[in-house]
Design a protein. Structure first.
Length: 240
């Protein structure tokens, strides 16, 4: 990989959801955020962090690019300051993926607010195959079925054309402006309409929501997919 792709993963009581993002989104630098608190909760969380490190070793991931950072996931300021420090260090990275599915809700909120000011920051949520009733050191969840990637940006405003284009790309595989034209305005294939579509597609590309290669493809980026298809968690809850 020529560009640096960084993951920031707070390790709670889960392992599969921590590792799944590395495999599916690629990574060449990983920050593992580990609970530093004393007591049973911190001790158990550190056991799961050790398990994640072992799995990274089994994946032959370079240990020099696995960075352990200790923090308190139950403290908002600790979570916020920790992720802000990492985002500042990684501001030159191509992408910084923030896993908000593997720790506390306070930590997820801190990650979301911190990411707003960094253009290379993307949130992701790993949907597990099932949730477990936590007991006897069993992780809260097991397995992983997919990753939901989305942007924390809140000041997004789109016109009708942009909304239509995003919806069309979410529902169809489109390889050219001509195909997009036939879907959105089937009764008007004039040069004027084609030019208007090209203008709005390029605007969406500039905003990071569309990947447009003239004559080859028009697709949603990860950020665009997160916007057009809001994330959802449909994992099964297992009470046993």
């Amino acid at each position: 990989m020529s560009q640096r792709i960084t993951h920031v993963v707070p390790i709670g009581f889960e392992e599969d959801r921590a590792v799944y993002g590395f495999i599916n989104l690629s990574a060449n630098r990983i920050y593992l955020l580990i609970d530093e608190k004393e007591g049973i909760w911190g001790t158990e969380a550190r056991k799961h962090a050790d398990a994640v490190k072992k799995r990274l070793n089994q994946m032959a991931f370079d240990n020099n690019n696995v960075i352990s950072v200790f923090f308190d996931p139950t403290d908002f300021e600790s979570s916020k300051n920790t992720v802000l420090g990492i985002l500042e260090k990684e501001k030159d990275a191509s992408k910084v993926y923030l896993n908000i599915s593997t720790s506390t809700k306070l930590c997820a909120v801190a990650f979301t607010l911190a990411a707003i000011d960094y253009d290379n920051a993307l949130l992701y949520y790993v949907v597990p195959e099932q949730y477990n009733l936590p007991s006897g050191g069993v992780p809260f969840s097991s397995g992983a079925s997919r990753v939901e990637v989305f942007s924390p940006k809140v000041n997004i405003k789109f016109g009708e054309w942009e909304k239509e284009i995003l919806n069309a790309l979410a529902m169809h595989k489109i390889s050219s402006l001509g195909e997009l034209n036939k879907i959105l305005v089937p009764d008007d294939v004039s040069k004027a309409v084609r030019a208007k579509l090209s203008y709005y597609v390029r605007k969406l590309q500039e905003k990071g929501y569309v990947d447009f290669q003239q004559g080859k493809s028009i697709t949603l980026t990860e950020r665009g997919i997160g916007l057009a298809k809001p994330p959802k968690d449909d994992a099964v809850v297992v009470l046993s």
